[in-house]
Design a protein around this ligand. Sequence first.
Ligand code: ADP
Length: 164
Amino acid sequence: MAKTGFYPGSFDPVTYGHLDIIARSARMVDHLVLGVGVHHGKASMLNAEVRVQLLETVCSPISTTTGMNITVATFDDLAIDAARRAGAGLVIRGLRDASDFDYEVQMGQMNAAMAPDVETVFLAASPATRMIASSLVKQIAKMGGEISAFVPPEAKAALAKALK
Ligand code: ADP
């Protein structure tokens, strides 16, 4: 039976760090649903449609290379409910450092209490992309810095457009 995973995040914008986690997910699942969180009151630089479109564009080559089917969906409720809707048995999250670890493990355990049928899997960030954070990318872009090492060209263009 095909295995489905759910990878939730803000993806504001998608970075090479996210893409590393997405590509490595292909070792675990046949179908990956990327959940773009669009929670009320959480300000984003890129609107939901742009974030979804960006993910679809930059993930298409990963799908071709790995054979993993990738789809993108927005959600505005609990990630665990969105995972269930997607038919996912696994929630995938990335861990960069100790603060990610503390937060992610706590959230994973609370999700497990609410949904014992869904397992959260943590992938340690790869050394080359571990330092990348969407929030810092946005700050650098706002100040006119070069972000090509951190995000795909499509994301860089979308940020430039949003900043105009
Ligand atoms: P949020 O932090 O708002 O949930 P993000 O899109 O920043 O959304 O992150 C989504 C997931 O991706 C989180 O599990 C986060 O730890 C992970 N992640 C973000 N950046 C990286 C990176 N550079 N390497 C590995 N995982 C990452």
